[in-house]
Ligand binder design. Structure first.
Ligand code: HH2
Length: 257
């Protein structure tokens, strides 16, 4: 899954794809490089962020979807029903909601109506404060039971279970150690029987592990290592900013598997 952030302020690529033409070209390039799906988002969820109003989010993402004209499989990264509805009408095939339908419960019904794929992600707290002091007794078990409950909710709203993938939400209310523990014990989440998506690409934990305690992003080298490790532990969807490099790394990992 390639990432196209149509935002001025995303943590690693803010502003790069803010122009809709540039964003659509990036999405096409990612698909050509081997991304099976491209995740288009108009709202940064980086630690400390406050969110954007509906009209601004629509203004960012709608021209990108129009520019793609349904040529590239698109996942819409949003927690807002209206944004998801417009995106699905314009050909998006998946809804990626980092609130797992808690932000806007009606979003589930809209995804169901369109027969869309859905990604449900775990987050402790909200982006503005989630990294202040995240705590768990057992992070793998707590993330898994949360996602199991959200999956039950989604299915009750009409989303087909076989359309759902689950994401432990790397960096969303989690310390470096929590993120590592989730990957080490990914089997706990995999036991729910749904495909697992991991988004470790460029996240600050990787920069910290690579030696900079004040890092706010992580390098490509560390992102590749995390993606391969996640793949080897059973993740089948990797959300990444640098598609070509990840496709190459994962091709080698797959050949060795
Ligand atoms: N991470 C980000 C955004 N959306 N969605 C899922 N399912 N999983 C993730 O790990 C995930 C996500 C944050 O990364 P990015 O989009 O690059 O940054 P920002 O939120 O600052 O736009």
């Amino acid at each position: 899954m390639g990432v196209v952030n149509v935002t001025p302020d995303s943590f690693s690529d803010g502003g790069v794809h803010y122009d809709p033409g540039v964003a659509a070209r990036a999405a096409r390039r990612m698909a050509a490089e081997g991304a099976a799906i491209v995740d288009v988002g108009g709202e940064s969820t980086r630690p400390g962020s406050n969110g954007v109003p509906l009209d601004e989010e629509l203004r960012r993402v709608v021209p990108v979807l129009e520019g793609l004209g349904g040529d590239v499989p698109v996942s819409i990264d949003t927690a807002k029903t209206e944004v998801a509805r417009r995106a699905l009408e314009l050909g998006a095939v998946m809804v990626n909601d980092v609130t797992a339908f808690r932000g806007d419960p009606q979003l589930a019904g809209v995804a169901a109506e369109h027969g869309a794929y859905v990604c449900l992600m775990h987050m402790q707290g909200a982006p503005r404060t989630m990294q202040v002091d995240p705590r768990y007794d057992d992070v793998a078990a707590e993330v898994t039971s949360f996602l199991e409950e959200r999956m039950t909710f989604a299915v009750a709203q009409g989303v087909r279970e076989d359309r759902i993938c689950l994401d432990p939400g790397i960096g969303f209310g989690k310390t470096v150690e929590h993120n590592l523990e989730i990957l080490r014990r990914l089997d706990v989440l995999l036991a729910l029987g749904r495909p697992v998506l991991i988004g470790f690409s460029r996240k600050s934990s990787l920069g910290k592990l690579a030696g900079d305690p004040a890092a706010t992003t992580g390098p490509l080298s560390a992102s590749l290592a995390a993606a391969v490790a996640a793949y080897e532990r059973g993740a089948t969807i990797l959300r990444v900013h640098d598609v070509r490099e990840h496709v190459e790394a994962l091709a080698v990992a797959a050949a060795l598997a």
